[in-house]
Design a protein. Structure first.
Length: 371
């Protein structure tokens, strides 16, 4: 058992799943790979059984259950085999879990291991390379949150508004938009009406304290303006960039969700400016390529790393390399992966009738064990 491993296979963090339903449970992630640090989280992945009868109910049984941080994830037996048939790297790894990582085993899982070669196909090239490329993109993408932190206050619509004053005071050029905050306009004292043939632009009319305001119930509300007020109360044009506001809201929400769920120690080197990428994502990029190469070359993935390969992954994790150096390294390994694919004798895809038979047999084993 690794320090920090959740009790009861992590089931206390999930709802709707009991120990009786479990087919398999194992510690995964850095502890399985051998790349863990003192601050590494303990991830758990596993499989739960669903009886054949439950699939006849109108309410479909769950395919996957996870906690809020995705540190603990369990797949239904059917979903697990479905993903394994696509050479999903995370699923293939579970079929080759190191013995010291296994928390719970069963006859059904032993059967899956006996026939795991069914899922070792040339599909591993696309699946592992695809995941690796996603990690590269993620490594750079999350860096923007470190270098461009978001304020705690949510974006406000007014920050995305500009005004073209009806009567410039001499300090503003005619028809030159100015930020709402720099204008004399108070939107709570105004009504708005849409400007024909001009998306996102509105006429503004000053009604003082009698106004209902431009923004109400979270939306810009247009009014029908009486003809006699068209000239008397007109105070300018409002330009509202709704799309930019919505994007700012999403960025703010994503940033603070990331702040709440991230592993703080993982980001210290980035936040101090030592490296400009997420080292852990780049570690996984190289790890996935190495594991995919092992499948094409040796017919099995690399889960527990050792020797020079483990040293390389640890150096990547520590931030020893620049981003450009790691991209060059990844490109080099990808070329090796391509050469392995050209000479690979593995089947192109699984034997699906055999996969279907495995699902039925494994389900029956689990059902008999829970009778």
């Amino acid at each position: 058992m690794f320090p920090g491993t959740p009790d009861n296979f992590g089931l206390d963090r999930l709802s709707g799943l009991t120990r009786r339903q479990l087919v398999f449970s194992a510690v995964t992630g850095s502890h399985a790979y051998g790349t863990e640090t003192e601050t590494s989280d303990v991830d758990i992945r596993g499989i739960f059984g669903v009886s054949a009868q439950d699939y006849l109910a109108l309410a479909a049984p769950p395919e996957q259950l996870a906690d809020d941080r995705n540190d603990i994830t369990y797949y239904s037996l059917r979903r697990f085999i479905e993903l394994a048939a696509t050479a999903n790297p995370n699923i293939i790894e579970l079929l080759y879990s190191p013995v010291d990582c296994i928390l719970l085993d069963s006859p059904a899982m032993q059967l899956l291991r006996e026939r795991r070669s069914l899922f070792i196909t040339r599909q591993a090239y696309d699946s592992h390379l695809g995941y690796a490329r996603a990690q590269i993109s993620k490594a750079r993408g999350q860096n923007k949150w470190v270098n461009n932190p978001q304020p705690q206050q949510e974006p406000e619509r007014e920050d995305f508004c500009w005004v073209v004053p009806a009567h410039p005071d001499g300090t503003v050029m005619p028809l030159r938009p100015v930020p709402l905050a720099d204008s004399a306009v108070q939107l709570e004292h105004c009504h708005a009406s849409s400007l024909e043939h001009a998306r996102g632009i509105y006429r503004l009319y000053d009604y003082g304290s009698d106004a209902r305001g431009v923004f109400r119930n979270g939306n810009l509300q247009c009014e029908s303006i009486p003809l006699q007020d068209e000239h008397a109360r007109f105070c300018g044009l409002l330009i509202y960039n709704h799309d930019a506001y919505q994007q700012a809201k999403r960025d703010h929400e994503n940033y603070w969700h990331w702040m709440a769920t991230r592993n703080k120690s993982r980001w210290r080197t980035q936040e101090s400016g030592e490296i400009d990428y997420d080292a852990k994502n780049m570690l996984h990029c190289i790890r996935l390529i190495l594991s995919g190469a092992s499948i094409l070359r040796d017919g099995a993935p690399l889960v527990r790393f050792e020797g020079e390969q483990l040293q390389l992954l640890r150096e990547i994790r520590s931030g020893r390399f620049s981003y450009d150096e790691l991209i060059s390294l990844a490109d080099e390994h990808v070329r090796g992966l391509e050469q392995l694919l050209q000479h690979c004798s593995l089947p192109a895809a699984p034997d699906m009738p055999a996969v279907e038979a495995l699902l039925r047999e494994a389900t029956a084993l689990w059902e008999n064990g829970n009778a």
